[in-house]
Each structure stands twice: as structure tokens, then as C-alpha cells.
Design a protein around this ligand. Sequence first.
Ligand code: AMP
Ligand code: MG
Length: 405
Amino acid sequence: MLTVKTPDEAFSLIKQEFTHGCLPKEYVPLKEACGRVLSADILADSYVPDFDRSTVDGYAVSASDTFGCSDSIPSILRMDGEILMGTDAGILLQPGHCAYIPTGGALPRGADAVVMIEYTEDYHDGTIGIQKPVAPGSNLIYRGDDVCPGKTVLKRGRRLTPQDIGALAAMGIVSVPVRKKPVVGILSTGDELTDITETPGPGQVRDVNSPMLAAAVAQWGGIPRTYGIIRDDESLLRQAVSLASRECDVILLSGGSSVGEKDVSCRIIQSLGSLLLHGIAMKPGKPTIIGKISEKPVIGLPGHPAAAFFVSRLFVRKILLQLAGCDEEDRAVPAVLSQTVESNHGRAQYVSVFLERRDGILYANPIRSKSGLITSLAGTGGYFCIPRDCEGISRGETVMVTCSG
Ligand code: AMP
Ligand code: MG
């Protein structure tokens, strides 16, 4: 049997054993790219914007024509007309002249600043009074202010967000290089499990983990493939795991990961591939297995749904990101713990919390659930960790809550 590892040791092992960014590359249309992981740096090949533009509604001017003007002594400029949106300015502004320009309009040649409409007065005789001086460059963005050709706009390994999609659209990138989504096989084992469509008989429980893990995998950028419920029968289970290892990139096997008579996951993974770890010093989730079959990650998750949730949230998510070449860090927010949570069992303890804002302060309300309960986790916003060498965290202390999902 392998020795129990700490969560950090398990993360290091994942880093070391599974190749970073090994999933094949593919191109997807821009509208399908959000949430996907870039497989190449994105370099701009054009200027954005491609012309000098106004950032306000007002008058395009030569800044030097406005120097020294004020409310009481406005600069009087001759009005040369209006710049239309979406067209080349087409005007060459002479000294002492101005032109009306809307936000986003192209700056005419001869102008080097824009005066906001609020600081002007139209005398309706072909002249405009400017009541506030502007410096050259005021209220403008220049050609290439956003991006210039050759600039790296987004880095390989980035999981694309809506604002990234906006930048790609601005550069006219309609086909985006990303990593293929990994296919993740999900198998549940347990003689007591029934499919969610059936009413459980005496002593039976619904298979919670298959749908929960499938949802998690989809959220973390994988394609879940469920293999249903497999009885606690070593040869049946071996066949199913073997099939999944041929059809998928990653295999999740829920249940039977402990060391009991019926817990055969360990033996099966060992016989089809190799075992890297059996047991992580965490609560919930100790009986966890990480192994590989033909270089593909296989994770044996504890059957307790809350334990399966934490193990998958921490380690399966990490593996999927690693295969996609994404080093995204978890996001955590500080929150004040509303109740003392004790912990003295020598394992890192993960505690789910409801986040609640009262009088402007964010509180973390911990749930105290036994690891067999799943509905207690429903509705929680995140979790925090009590390190293994700590006896607990007192009410009123600040904890870092990682947003689950
Ligand atoms: P095991 O890890 O197989 O020893 O299972 C531990 C506990 O989790 C037992 O009470 C099982 O009934 C329960 N369990 C195992 N698999 C599932 C599942 N897929 N859905 C819900 N509960 C499960
Ligand atoms: Mg079982």
C-alpha cells in the first residue's frame, strides 16, 4: 500500500505525472470559444483602433486655438460641419476652425484634440464659442492605443472570458486556436446504487455522483461520458474501466476506493496501469486514488458525495486544467467566520460555507455536515481549508473562501 500524501503533495504529483498542455489543438469559431483554453499566444496583426477617434461628443479643434480661453472670454472658432460616424473625416481643419465630432468619430486632419460639448456654445452664425482650453491629445484615443501589430494580446493557456472574446472580435479573429476538450469517463460503483430515474428500494440510494461529476467536468471544460452504475464485481468493473480507458482521456471511478473487502478500485487500477497515490490526508476525502492507465489519469473517488465533491473540485479540476495547459489560480475572497470550527484529526479539513453580506461585511457561515450528506452542500458558495496542524478556526477570524464551481 502507498503512503498517504498531503493535498500539496498530491498537487505536485499531478504536476509531475501528467503532461502540461498535452491535449491536441483545434480551431473553434469565435462564438464557441468562451471558456476554452488558448493553445497559442494571440498576437495582433493590425491596429485597434485603426484611426484616431474622439472619446466624447464635442468639437474637433487644434488645441493651440483654445489656449487661454474661458467662460468669459471664449475662443471663437469657425464651424466646418459635422463628422459622420463610420466615415473618414474627409476634412482638413484649418487653424481657427472646428468640426462637430460624435463619440467614436474619426478625428479630422489638422485637429489634435476634442473639446467636450459641455464647454462650448453654438452661436448659430457659423461660429462656436470654446469656453475651456484643451491640451493636445485631450479626449482622444490614437490609432493603435488598444493594440499594435505584433503585441501579444492573450497568452497561451488562458481560459477565454467574455472580455477576451471582445478583444478577439476587435482584431477580427474569427477562428480561435484552443485545446480540445478532454473526454472524461465517469463510472459509479456500488451494489446499493440505483439510477436517478428509479425509486430506491430498501437499503438503496440514488447514484448522486454520476450526475454531479458530469456537471463538474462540463464546467471545468471537459466532455463527460457516463458509463452508468457498475456492480461491486471485480471483473465487471475491470472490463468497464478498461473500456473507458480506451474511449476517454481521463477516467473517474466513484466508490470502492477504500481498503475494504469490496473496495476493488485500487486492485483494478493497479492491474490495468499503475498506482501513484492511495490516500490523501484531507477531510472529507481520505480514500482517494490517483493512478494512470496508458498515461491517462485515473482517479478513484470516495463514494460519499461530499467527499467526491471536494476531491473532484481540488484534484480532478487541477488535472483537467493541467492537460489543457492552463495554470489558472483559484479565486478566493476573505470572509469573517461566523462560528468556530474545530479540527484536530491531523488532516486538512475542507469546510463548505454560505456567504452572506451583513452591514457591508462578508461572513462565511460554515455548514457542519457528515461526509455522507450531499444536500447540505447544495447552495453553498465556497469553502475554506483548515490546515492539518491547526486545531480549528475561531469565530470572528478571517478565512479565505475559495469560490466553488
Ligand atoms: P464507498 O466509497 O463505495 O465505500 O461508499 C461510501 C458511501 O458512499 C456509501 O454510503 C455509499 O452508499 C455512498 N455512495 C457510493 N457511491 C455513491 C454514489 N454514486 N452516489 C451516492 N452515494 C454513493
Ligand atoms: Mg461502495
